[in-house]
Design a protein around this ligand. Structure first.
Ligand SMILES: Cc1cc2nc3c(=O)[nH]c(=O)nc-3n(C[C@H](O)[C@H](O)[C@H](O)COP(=O)(O)O)c2cc1C
Length: 184
């Protein structure tokens, strides 16, 4: 069972990378395919570029990583109530290969931010948009006030209620994966 795992941000010190790695570490019997979206070098989407040069190999490489995965685990960073430019750009290129960007893979969507909102707005955008791109969101959770609720040194949530919520979301995800595997 391979889980494509990434944070939807290009920040080197990303808090969403901490969160998504913690979530991945709590999944059992899985192979984690952790990727940095920054490693998929892409120009800013432009139809003129696409017409002249086609879709860059990096976008095809990312689509292949989705194809090879059984499921997806993402944590979204929020910039001005929206996706980071880096993720939106990747997504736009992917959508030009195939509108079914998520390729029907069961997906967990997380978000966090230093503020009380915890990236809830971008998480809502991602979740509501997913069905239009063949996304199957089986669970989602936003973690508010990251620095008050997460200890970076130990890479753990320090808030027991949020820990429980994350574990519940992951347990539903694992059950869904087991059921789908059995009937596929
Ligand atoms: C341009 C910009 C816009 C931001 N807008 C929001 C926002 O709308 N909501 C929010 O909760 N945090 C916002 N933030 C703070 C980010 O949540 C914070 O930088 C966080 O660390 C981003 O996640 P990352 O570290 O995983 O990249 C913004 C930060 C930047 C640089």
């Amino acid at each position: 069972m391979k889980i494509l795992t990434f944070a939807a941000t290009n920040s080197r010190k990303s808090i969403n990378k901490h969160l998504v790695k913690l979530a991945a570490s709590k999944l059992s019997h899985t192979e984690i395919d952790y990727v940095e979206i920054n490693d998929f070098d892409l120009p800013i989407y432009n139809i003129d570029l696409e017409e002249e040069y086609g879709i860059p190999n990096s976008a095809h490489a990312f689509a292949k990583r989705i194809k090879q995965a059984d499921a997806i685990l993402i944590s979204f960073a929020e910039h001005n109530g929206n996706f980071t430019v880096a993720f939106k750009n990747l997504f736009d290129w992917l959508s030009r290969i195939d509108r079914n960007v998520y390729q029907g893979k069961p997906t967990i969507m997380l978000s966090t931010s230093p503020g009380a909102g915890g990236g809830k707005t971008v998480l809502g955008l991602a979740e509501n948009g997913a069905p239009h791109f063949d996304g199957k969101v089986v669970g989602s959770l936003s973690i508010p006030s990251f620095y008050e609720n997460f200890d970076i040194d130990s890479n753990q949530l320090t808030n027991p209620e949020l820990t429980e919520k994350l574990e519940n979301v992951l347990s539903v995800f694992q059950k869904d994966l087991r059921v789908n595997k059995r009937f596929n």
